[in-house]
Write a protein that binds this ligand. Structure first.
Ligand code: GDP
Ligand code: GDP
Length: 464
């Protein structure tokens, strides 16, 4: 999730020194990651709060099947895959060598943004090398001394425009994950609105924010702005002892989209947006267009949200014109979508479905109220005693099968986690338990224990 920055350069320019400088104290934590070739070291780097993964490509010198430039190229190409930026290190005291120029040539052919680092630039011994490095045609070099720790602020300035946004996003996602993991008290509702292009996402967001728009606090400033909008919604139907004010952090996927490459296919975009959004959201609203109905693309987005364990709601937008376009009456349309959802997403029947209009505001308060409720159940913990009372009843009502005459024993159930709710069922001969029986139990949990419409995870375990 964090941006990846690769260090590239010929031997002895100071790549490892730079790597160690960026990784700092955390170096001890660096270990061989599975799936990473042995000639790459990865570490968590941080410059002034900008966090990224740094990858050192040093060490390839040991390979002997290819010539030096050949090996260099092979290694570089492999490293650039998946990289968000590359630091191309040269030795400013030596100046450009033919190998540097060769590396420069194929870096220019590549799409990964490059920052040229003119290392060993302490004192003035590097001046001519720094000037020479402009001729690489890879932009302004950053003079630096990895060994003495000089020029790191300039490196930050060069990297920030390239990876800053992704680093912020990664940090926000990690923060949310921490919150989810530790059963922290519920903060502002983290809500994302996703859907195909033209479903009305921007219109809806503008409608919701309206005059209530609260600018993000100062801590948000540079880091959050582009990702989340904090605002307050007042529930008009709140009880007498409740002012109805609810904090919502809206994940602005539309904003994210604008900044991305416009050549990306629109089709792909909405799925990519949804993928990004669920990293940040607790509840996701999938917006449909009443004039278009439910399409395969919508089911794909919905499945992804559920697979990621987020709470999902569906809102049919443009209800103000439902029944005016096409042949269906509004209720026919609603029921048709209800049925198609239940068929298409068999794992979660009965997803909350709303008819709304971003244009005239109808249905929006009801939808937001439901978003808070669904988060409540998504975060809920059922006491073990109550859980097992239900479990015993469920087994009595429909005992597990006895394939080959031998009973499958299900002994007890416990809730292992929340957000999404996770359960573990202990028993024996679990490998033989039919999927249909598992589904019976999952449906029971959802229907009888108040987890309607929430993705629920169940794991089966045999005691050792
Ligand atoms: P690599 O092969 O590219 O990983 O290079 P190393 O990091 O092993 O560095 C090669 C040599 O350059 C070592 O002797 C380092 O101490 C030296 N070196 C690295 N950075 C600097 C620097 O900023 N200034 C000077 N003067 N020497 C450096
Ligand atoms: P996005 O691509 O999902 O952000 O969609 P937009 O917000 O740009 O809306 C696409 C089009 O649908 C625009 O022409 C909107 O005016 C229109 N639209 C959005 N919401 C509604 C609605 O509730 N009713 C009607 N009739 N049109 C809407």
């Amino acid at each position: 999730m964090k941006p990846q920055v690769i260090i590239i350069g010929r031997p002895n320019v100071g790549k490892s020194t730079l790597f160690n400088r960026l990784v700092g104290k955390k170096l001890a934590l660096v270990d061989d990651q599975p799936g990473v070739t042995r000639d790459r070291r990865m570490g968590d780097a941080e410059i002034a709060g900008l966090q990224f993964t740094v990858v050192d490509t040093a060490g390839w010198e040991d390979e002997d099947e290819l010539t030096l430039p050949g090996r260099m190229r092979k290694q570089t190409e492999a490293s650039l895959e998946g990289a968000d930026a590359a630091m191309f290190v040269i030795d400013s005291r030596v100046g450009l060598t033919p190998l540097d120029e060769e590396i420069g040539r194929y870096l220019r052919e590549n799409d990964v943004p490059i920052v040229v680092v003119a290392n060993k630039a302490e004192g003035s011994a590097g001046e001519s090398g720094i000037l020479e490095s402009y001729s690489l045609g890879l932009g302004d070099p950053v003079p630096l001394s990895a060994e003495h720790g000089e020029g790191i602020a300039d490196l930050f300035s060069a990297l920030w425009p390239i990876i800053g946004e992704k680093a912020d996003a990664a940090e926000a996602a990690a923060e949310l994950q921490d919150e989810l993991d530790e059963d922290a008290p519920l903060g502002p509702l983290k809500l994302a609105i996703v859907g195909r292009p033209n479903a009305g996402k921007s219109t809806l967001i503008n409608r919701l924010l309206g005059e209530d728009r609260l600018l993000t606090g100062p801590e948000a400033g540079i880091t959050r702005d582009s990702i989340a909008i904090d605002w307050q919604w007042t529930d008009p139907k709140a009880g007498p002892d409740d002012d109805g004010v609810r904090e919502i952090r809206l994940i602005d996927t539309a904003g994210m989209r604008k900044k991305r490459n416009v050549t990306e296919k629109l089709e792909k975009l909405s799925v990519a947006d949804a993928r990004r959004a669920v990293d940040f959201a607790e509840v996701v609203i999938l917006l449909l267009d009443a004039t278009q109905g439910l399409e395969h693309q919508d089911l794909k987005i919905a499945s992804h949200v559920l697979e990621e364990g987020r709470a999902l709601m569906i809102a049919i937008n443009k209800w103000d014109v439902a029944g005016q376009i096409g042949t269906d009456t509004p209720s026919g349309l609603f029921n048709g979508i209800r049925g198609a959802l239940d068929d298409g997403l068999a794992q979660v029947r009965g997803l909350p479905l709303f008819a709304v209009s971003a244009k005239n505001g109808k249905g929006l308060d009801t939808m937001l109220r439901a978003a808070f409720e669904i988060r409540e159940s998504w975060s809920k913990r059922v006491p073990t005693a109550a859980l097992n009372r239900w479990f015993d009843d469920a087994l009595d009502a429909n005992p597990p099968p006895a394939p080959g005459g031998r009973r499958i024993k299900l002994r007890y159930i416990t809730q292992a986690g929340t957000r999404p709710p996770r359960f573990v069922i202990f028993g024996t001969r679990l490998d033989d338990l039919p999927k249909s029986y598992e589904r019976y139990l999952v449906n029971g949990i959802r229907a009888k224990l108040g987890f309607d419409a929430v993705p629920v995870r169940v794991t089966l375990k045999s005691p050792k």
